[in-house]
Design a protein around this ligand. Structure first.
Ligand SMILES: [Zn+2]
Length: 212
């Protein structure tokens, strides 16, 4: 989608080509997060996108230039406030860092929220200028979606809810990606958004009905 489309989207407009988040969609899970959280996420979204982009540029380290930035928006019930955690991924050449070759940006941000004892992750923005076919599910996408290890983390973390929002942005989509539809002139940036439950479903996985 073009920059103008992104702005329109951020202002709450609807784009027919966008796999948008539908707050009215009822998800049959007991642990849905309160609706005011997603409204706060909307208000914070442009700042979160900026934070994720800065992380992708300044905090990510990847030996093969596969840089990912993430900004996570969490609610801290005890202090009744929202917190932002942003981080990049790191990926060293295999074998150069014993036992610690790689760490995803999503995990780095969630670690921060977990350490601070936040109660719920309202949403996260993931920015990457590249994309790849998911090695586990085989799903192709014009935006980078969380990898299988991160999806496992999303299923298991008590901070993640089925309606936690995942906003995925590719600021420089590869126009040759099949099924991407990004070939049109003027398409500068791709943004795709869905809930965790929808993300898992896309990869043929399920959000657990019970969490310990
Ligand atoms: Zn990952």
């Amino acid at each position: 989608m073009g920059r103008r489309d992104v702005e329109r989207f951020l202002m709450g407009g609807k784009d027919p080509g966008l796999n948008a988040y539908h707050p009215e969609k009822k998800i049959q899970y007991k642990d849905r997060m309160p609706e005011e959280h997603s409204a706060e996420y909307r208000l914070a979204l442009s700042d979160l996108i900026k934070a994720a982009k800065v992380s992708e540029k300044k905090m990510a380290h990847s030996y093969r230039n596969f840089n990912v930035g993430c900004a996570l928006f969490a609610y801290d019930e005890e202090n009744n406030e929202y917190e932002v955690y942003n981080a990049g991924n790191w990926k060293y050449e295999p074998g150069t860092q014993e036992g610690n070759d790689q760490r995803c940006a999503e995990r780095n941000t969630l670690d921060g929220a977990t350490k601070d004892q936040c109660s719920v992750v309202v949403g996260m923005v993931i920015v990457c200028e590249q994309t790849q076919k998911d090695s586990t599910s085989g799903v192709n996408s014009t935006v980078l979606t969380p990898c299988s290890k991160c999806r496992k983390m999303l299923r298991e973390s008590p901070l993640i809810k089925p309606d936690t929002i995942i906003t995925m942005i590719n600021p420089k989509p590869d126009r040759s990606v099949e099924d991407g539809g990004a070939g049109e002139e003027g398409y500068e940036e791709w943004i795709e958004e869905m809930t965790v439950a929808e993300l898992l479903a896309r990869h043929g996985e399920e959000y657990p009905t019970t969490k310990v």
